[in-house]
Design a binder for this molecule. Structure first.
Ligand code: XMP
Length: 319
């Protein structure tokens, strides 16, 4: 019978056996799956594992710091952290189309990752935090149809001349099992309980052009949404909760002055697997606190709305 302890023990033996004296590269996003894969492989082979963390400049508040702290200092992994924010923002300048944003970000990610692989290599293995549902879903018609709705990006699109053997130690596990294993391996709750976050990051939560100012604005609003949902004790019930910055300005009044500033939409959904989702019936009091704080604390926003659309017909992200 399966226990997390016995899984960890047998995986460590299997990873050591397969990898031998070779080296393993891993793209660390800071999400649950790649983080648990990193902790497990590191337990097995130590410094033969090189995790690469690319800061796209499109992450949430505090994320790059948490990832460097946990993996570099706490686990003492030889973490390669690349600050690529300016490169991503430069390529996104003037781009409005959602699919074009996704394509550019995926392409730039591969370039940065490939350069890191060459600089820090050679590597025989590429490790990924693929889970069992990812394995099944990629085989179903539903997800093939879904894949055409949006171009999801991960590290699958590496160039053909960078050939790796894949190491996927979590490919028979479900998310809850992965969380249990992460805790046993010593990962903090802020990583183990992290909500899903799209590869293109905050860029798909800024409708219209992704400017440095827009990133700062949506990041501040997002931090307030997270703080208030967590303070209300609702984060475990919700699949995702976040802010979206709209390219729409409306009139408002602050004290004696007229304001003319942007609208921020709040999105909170419940879901089992992200294939379908329901808008969350969160307490009005929570929405009131979020709205007050965003309008008072985030320059550039003077109106907050709540998204009451389920998936389908809407998707979870706005782009
Ligand atoms: P949608 O918006 O299609 O999103 O309903 C379904 C789930 O997928 C996440 N998402 C992504 N995840 N790369 C990812 O790794 C992506 O490009 C991407 N786009 C959306 C989204 O946050 C939701 O959980």
């Amino acid at each position: 019978n399966w226990t997390a302890e016995s899984f960890i023990e047998s995986s460590i033996a299997a990873i050591r056996e397969r990898v031998g004296n070779d080296r393993v590269l891993l793209a660390l996003s800071g999400g649950v799956d790649s983080s648990v894969a990193a902790a497990l492989i590191h337990r097995a082979i130590g410094d033969q594992l090189t995790p690469v963390f690319v800061d796209t400049g499109l992450l949430r508040e505090g994320e790059p710091e948490t990832i460097k702290e946990v993996f570099g200092r706490h686990f003492k992994m030889p973490l390669v952290a690349i600050d690529a924010g300016e490169r991503f923002l430069a390529r996104l300048r003037g781009v409005l189309d959602p699919e074009e944003k996704r394509r550019i970000i995926g392409d730039e990610f591969v370039r940065v990752f490939e350069a890191a692989a060459v600089e820090h290599g050679p590597f025989r293995f590429l490790a990924q935090g693929t889970l069992y549902p990812d394995v099944i879903e990629s085989a179903t018609a539903v997800s093939k149809a879904a894949a055409k709705i949006k171009t999801h990006h991960n590290v699958g699109g590496l160039p053909a001349d960078l050939r790796f053997e894949l190491l996927e130690p979590l490919r028979f596990l479900f998310k809850d099992e992965v969380r249990t294993i992460g805790r046993l391996l010593g990962l903090p709750e802020e990583i183990v309980q992290r909500q899903p976050f799209p590869g293109p990051g905050l860029a798909v939560r800024i409708i219209g052009e992704v400017t440095p100012e827009a990133v700062t604005t949506v990041r501040r609003a997002d931090a307030i949404v997270r703080q208030e949902v967590e303070a209300a004790g609702l984060s475990a019930e919700l699949w995702q909760f976040f802010a979206v910055l709209l390219p729409v300005r409306t009139t408002g009044v602050m004290g004696d002055y007229r304001t003319y500033a942007q609208v921020c939409a709040i999105r909170a959904v419940t879901s089992e697997d992200a294939m379908t989702a329901d808008w969350a019936r969160v307490p009005h009091e929570l929405l009131a606190r979020i709205s007050n704080r965003i309008v008072n604390e985030v320059p550039g926003i003077n109106r907050v709305v709540y998204d009451v659309t389920s998936k389908p017909p809407a998707t979870i992200e706005w782009e």
